[in-house]
Ligand binder design. Structure first.
Ligand code: E4P
Length: 218
């Protein structure tokens, strides 16, 4: 499973990228607003530290303007994935961009039929939002399952399932069990993935016992 960082905070992305475990980044207009910085500057900086796909979202609502914005965003770096919303115009823009060989991430997906259309439009990634469905008392994970099943029925569809709106370690685990290709995860949750109280407790005991030997390795 590939891990993307769901963030527009260049510092936290850089810190995680140092681990060598990060395969890409997703941003959205809300994350850019939270950064308080210029959109194009932030995207350029992220692309200079991450080799994998960096999603930058268009803000127009009609396909022709989305395509104009995509031209600007694509010019920032070769690893830009243009993020378009799952609307009819977003799908039209996706088809044009994917036919041109541009990576496209179709975002704000909340149903399996939306995901099917995005795949037909040549999306590189489909982003089903787990957390936002859970927030409504629905089951975000069920959507990942349905999309996996549909895409597996049609092996010619090459769209990768990018599990998004992930809020917990459990969301990552369930997405991996279902076979999502990618998880985009907030930095805080990525760090939690490595945590277990028994690991901390065990390491503490090992260190105490090691001290009693009076030895050093170096
Ligand atoms: C990623 O591409 C999405 O924009 C993001 O995961 C949304 O997450 P949220 O529902 O926590 O805002």
């Amino acid at each position: 499973m590939k891990f993307f960082v769901d963030s527009a905070d260049v510092e936290e992305i850089g810190e995680l990228a140092d681990s060598g475990l990060i395969d890409g980044v997703t941003t959205n207009p809300s994350l850019i607003a939270k950064s308080g910085r210029n959109f194009l500057d932030v995207i350029k900086e992220i692309c200079s530290i991450i080799d994998g796909p960096v999603s930058a979202e268009v803000t127009a609502l009609d396909a022709p303007t989305m395509l104009e914005e995509a031209k600007v965003l694509r010019g920032l770096a070769p690893n830009i994935a243009i993020k378009v919303p799952l609307t009819w115009d977003g799908l039209k823009a996706c088809k044009v961009l994917s036919d041109e060989g541009t990576m496209v991430n179709v975002t704000l997906c909340f149903s399996a039929t939306q995901a099917l259309l995005a795949a037909k439009a040549g999306a590189t990634f489909i982003s089903p939002f787990i957390g936002r469905l859970d927030d409504m008392g629905l089951d975000g994970m069920e959507l990942i399952e349905e999309i996996r099943e549909i895409y597996d029925n049609y092996p010619k569809l090459e769209t990768e399932i990018l599990a998004a709106s992930i809020r917990s370690v459990g969301h990552v685990k369930q997405s991996a069990l279902i076979g999502a290709d990618v998880a985009t995860v907030p930095a805080s949750v990525i760090k939690q993935l490595a945590k277990h109280p028994l690991t901390d407790k065990g390491l503490d005991a090992f260190m105490k016992d090691w001290e009693t030997t009076g030895q050093t390795i170096l």
